[in-house]
Every structure is written in structure tokens, then in C-alpha cells.
Design a protein around this ligand. Structure first.
Ligand code: 3UK
Length: 505
């Protein structure tokens, strides 16, 4: 079990301690706008912490909304909030005024630090109601000017290990978003378990990836893991496939973090870039089909590390590394975590049976003032929205989100299994498989497909794809309806919004 001192401030551990240990002159952050050493990052987060306390009137326990694309100033702002003993409420750049106002209201937020390019949406959110009053903008000179008037040292607030430091909102793929609370010790736990055990992050590492810092996947991968292990992070404001690979090449990145969909879209671009510096590639956020893992391995010689994480648990809790990776499975619980599969009565199921994935561990979930706490958390066990099975070797296999299990003519059909089969066809770029209402079958399996350029969504192709699925998996699972689209709806964290497709059918 992990032990932490009673007094613990994760911001101090991540930046002050790094400089105290002698890493001040080493690079902490790389970006197009320049390079920041650990000493520079410490000095700038100290100045921002002074702005928070002296000019914005922040006291420990206040919540501060953070908003911006991945860049060094956003990292400094996050550290400043920690050092001031305040609570960071991280938000995704893609969120719009209405969603931001819901967050500001739910988390009772007065203060925000916001990239000036993203401020308009936040100002509109403030006008929609709630108590958000003080928005300080960075990137355009406002915060920068305030920082100049402040000292370069800061009296760090002496927080307790169980003080809340982060409110992270779930994406709310179904229903209203829930705010999950995380403690200073949770940040340390993910550093030990994911950066330490799973990724073996060392000071020579250079991390790059696409997930926003406003998503705990990105917060861990691009802030907590590299800084916590005295490595470096590359921050890419617009993480298109080309931009990500260009950043790998330019900064000689050693590890890449992104989603399964993004790995697939990087494949045809690989030949244009030198990515020989990469040692590890991590996939999370959605299920990783075996075919994607195999294609990435064939192209790069690197076996993708698949890991299931959740906002509720802050980061990855089931995964595997090195030769323990079994492609097509997520892996086993990381040290400190337990996982099991539950039937509809909440009783554990034996290997081979499909049921609800439940997980228990050091970072487990507490929701902020939400009655649903009792629907999802029992005696420390977090019941996820996922259907999983466990094999005889103890490996966990993703089947589907519970909402994405299709019941058609009495058969249970997992949408993601049909998607994985379709994705093996060379014409298919992206797809989403959902159940749509059908009089005869209850639900009908329907696929929404984005084709690779140069393919034509003809009725002939519909038949080809249906025949292809029937050859690949059990024939009764094939999509009886296929619709071609130019794009698919995604959440701000990049997940397919299957429910949005269901409701348009
Ligand atoms: C799904 C996966 C299959 C699954 C996250 C890494 O995704 C993250 O957090 P969210 O709260 O969503 C959680 C849900 O996403 N999922 C995530 N990873 C996988 N499904 N295989 C995977 N490897 O439905 C889960 O319940 O947005 C991921 C780190 C931190 C995170 N917050």
C-alpha cells in the first residue's frame, strides 16, 4: 500500500522539489513558443500563485477554473493553483458557454485563468448565470503584466494529503456531467503507479501526446508523469496527426499518448516522419482493437500499451507492459487496484462471463455533491459503465459500454466488436455501430461509416462490407443497415458519441 506524509502539496512535489533536487537547469517543457527549464517553470508558477493570492484574493479551498490549449502557461497555472492550496477545475478547450456555465455553477466557481483565445466562450458562460466573476486572461498580456509585479518566490500552502486539489468533470456521454474530486495524494498515486510502475518514466524521457490537460488522461501523461519523474513534456496546442508526428521528430520524443482512433489515423502518415526516438506508445480513452495494435506494431515495431482509465479514478487502472501485453485485451489491474466482473445483482462472475467491470483502488471515486454517488460506488468499489469479461489468465477483455450492447432478435451484440471487424476493411476509416429501433428484431444493428478518401459509398460497397463482417465474426452480428457519413460525433475528450447517432436514427 502507498504511504504519504500527512502534509502533502502535490504542486510542491512536482516543481519545487524538482528544483531543490538539482534539476533546475534541465528542460521541463518544450513548445513551439519556446523551452522552459524546471527553474523557469518554478519561477513562473510562483509569480502566478502570488497573483492568485495577492490580486485575485484566492484562499485555500477556493476553486479556480482553468481553460486553454496545452501550453506551458497552462501548466504553470495548474501548478500555481496547487501551491496556493486552491482547487483546480480543469476544462476542455472544446467546451461551449452552456457547458462551462454548468461546470461553474456545479463547482461554485468565482475565479478563472483562461487563455485569451478561449475567453469569449467563458465570458458568455459567466453571463448565463452562476457566480463566475473574475476571469484573468493569459497569452494576451493581462496575466503576464500582473506576474511582473509579483515576487518570484512563493510561500507554498501547507495542504494535507486528503485535501481536495482537483475537480474533474466526466464527459457526460449520458446525462449531466458529474464532478469527481481528487486529493493531493491521488496525484502522487498516479505518479507512482502509472509513471513509475507501468511506464517506468526516467529523467531522459520526453513525453508528447494529444489529450488536453483538462482531461485527466492528458493531465497525467503530459504534466504529472514527466514533471513527477523529472522528465520533459512537449505541449502541442493543435494536436493533429501531422503536428503530433512533427513534434515527435523535432523534439525526439520517447513516448506518445493518444487514442485508438488517432493511432489509426497516424498510420498512413508515418513514412513522412522520423519517429525512431519513440520507445513507448500508450492508447487510452476507448477500446483498442487487436487489429489496430497489430497494425501499429507492424509499422513501428512498438507494441501499444492499452490502458483503461477513468476520470473517476484519475488515470489508468488496468493495463499491461512489455511482454505481458496480450493484444486484444486491456491487461490486469495495476498495483494497488482490484477489479472484478459483476452480474446484474452485483455478485462476482467467474472467468468467461460478461458483466459490469467494478474496480477498487487508492484513487477511487468520490463525486462532488451528487446523489449518484450511491448508484456507482459501494464499499469503495467503483462500478464502471463498462461490460468486461476476464479470461483464465486473469486478463480483462473489453466488450462494450453497457449502453452500447445491442439486443437484436434475442442476441446480445457488442457494438465495438462489429466496429473492430469493419475497421479491418481497407475502405473503412472510422465507424460507429449502434442499435436502432426495429419492429421485428427489437433493435437492428446499424453501422455509421466514414470511408477513406477515394472510396465511394455505393450499395455495392454496403454488400461488400456486410459480407466482410460475416466472414470476420459470427454472421448474425453483421450490420443490417449501413449509412455513410463524412464524420462522426465525438465528445470533447474524443470519444465516439454513439447515443447521438442512436437518437438521429
Ligand atoms: C472508456 C476505455 C476500453 C471506458 C481516461 C485514461 O477515458 C478516460 O476517462 P473518461 O472518464 O472515460 C472512462 C471510460 O472510457 N475507456 C477508457 N480507456 C479505455 N475503454 N479500453 C480502454 N483502454 O468506457 C471508461 O469507463 O473520459 C483514460 C486516463 C484517464 C482517463 N480519464
Amino acid at each position: 500500500e502507498l504511504q504519504y506524509p500527512e502534509h502533502l502539496n502535490c504542486g510542491v512535489v512536482l516543481i519545487d522539489d524538482a528544483v531543490r533536487e538539482g534539476h533546475g537547469n534541465r528542460v521541463a517543457l518544450y513548445a513551439d513558443s519556446g523551452v522552459w527549464t524546471y527553474a523557469e517553470l518554478l519561477e513562473r508558477s510562483n509569480r502566478i500563485a502570488n497573483v492568485l493570492v495577492n490580486e485575485m484574493g484566492i484562499v485555500p479551498g477556493n476553486r479556480v477554473l482553468l481553460r486553454g490549449p496545452n501550453n506551458p502557461t497552462l501548466v504553470a497555472c495548474w501548478l500555481a493553483v496547487m501551491k496556493a492550496g486552491a482547487i483546480a477545475v480543469t476544462t476542455m478547450p472544446l467546451l461551449r458557454a452552456h457547458e462551462l456555465s454548468v461546470i461553474a455553477e456545479r463547482a461554485q466557481i468565482d475565479h478563472a485563468l483562461c487563455d485569451s483565445r478561449f475567453a469569449q466562450e467563458l465570458q458568455q458562460a459567466a453571463q448565463l448565470g452562476g457566480r463566475l466573476r473574475k476571469i484573468v486572461q493569459f497569452g494576451g498580456g493581462q496575466l503576464e503584466k500582473m506576474m511582473n509585479g509579483q515576487a518570484s518566490t512563493f510561500a507554498n500552502v501547507d495542504t494535507a494529503r486528503d485535501d481536495v486539489c482537483l475537480l474533474a468533470f466526466t464527459s457526460g456521454t449520458t446525462g449531466t456531467p458529474k464532478a469527481t474530486m481528487h486529493f493531493h495524494r491521488d496525484v502522487l498515486a498516479m505518479r507512482e503507479i502509472v509513471a513509475g510502475h507501468l511506464l517506468e518514466t526516467s529523467p531522459e524521457d520526453i513525453y508528447v501526446g494529444s489529450p488536453p490537460l483538462g482531461f485527466t488522461f492528458g493531465l497525467g501523461a503530459l504534466l504529472v508523469f514527466p514533471l513527477g519523474r523529472r522528465a520533459a513534456s512537449v505541449l502541442v496546442e493543435q494536436p493533429s496527426g501531422e503536428n503530433l508526428l512533427a513534434a515527435v521528430q523535432r523534439f525526439r520524443a520517447s513516448a506518445l499518448f493518444t487514442s485508438p482512433t488517432a493511432y489509426r489515423s497516424l498510420l498512413p502518415l508515418l513514412s513522412k516522419f522520423d519517429i525512431s526516438s519513440l520507445k513507448r506508445c500508450v492508447s487510452a480513452g476507448e477500446a483498442l482493437p487487436k487489429a489496430t495494435s497489430d497494425a501499429w506494431f507492424a509499422a513501428t515495431g512498438i507494441r501499444l500499451i492499452d490502458g483503461i482509465g477513468a476520470t473517476e479514478l484519475i488515470h489508468i487502472f488496468i493495463s499491461a507492459k512489455g511482454d505481458q501485453i496480450h493484444p486484444g485485451t486491456t491487461g490486469k489491474p495495476l498495483p494497488g487496484y482490484q477489479a472484478c466482473i459483476l452480474d446484474t445483482d452485483g455478485l462476482p462472475l467467474p472467468p468467461g462471463k460478461v458483466g459490469r467491470l467494478a474496480v477498487k483502488g487508492p484513487t477511487g471515486c468520490r463525486y462532488l455533491d451528487d446523489p449518484r454517488q450511491h448508484d456507482y460506488v459501494f464499499e469503495g468499489w467503483n462500478v464502471t459503465g463498462d461490460l468486461y469479461s476476464q479470461d483464465e489468465d486473469g486478463y480483462f477483455h473489453f466488450e462494450a459500454r453497457a449502453d452500447d450492447m445491442i439486443i437484436s432478435a434475442g442476441y446480445n451484440i457488442a457494438g465495438p466488436e462489429v466496429e473492430a471487424a469493419l475497421l479491418e476493411h481497407p475502405a473503412v476509416k472510422e465507424c460507429a455501430v449502434v442499435g436502432v429501433p426495429d419492429e421485428a428484431r427489437g433493435q437492428l444493428v446499424k453501422a455509421f461509416i466514414v470511408l477513406h478518401d477515394g472510396n465511394d459509398g455505393s450499395s455495392e460497397l454496403v454488400q461488400t462490407l456486410q459480407a466482410f463482417v460475416k466472414q470476420t465474426i459470427a454472421p448474425y452480428k453483421y450490420p443490417r443497415a449501413i449509412e455513410f457519413r463524412s464524420s462522426l460525433p465525438k465528445t470533447a475528450t474524443g470519444k465516439l458519441q454513439r447515443h447521438a447517432l442512436r437518437s438521429t436514427s
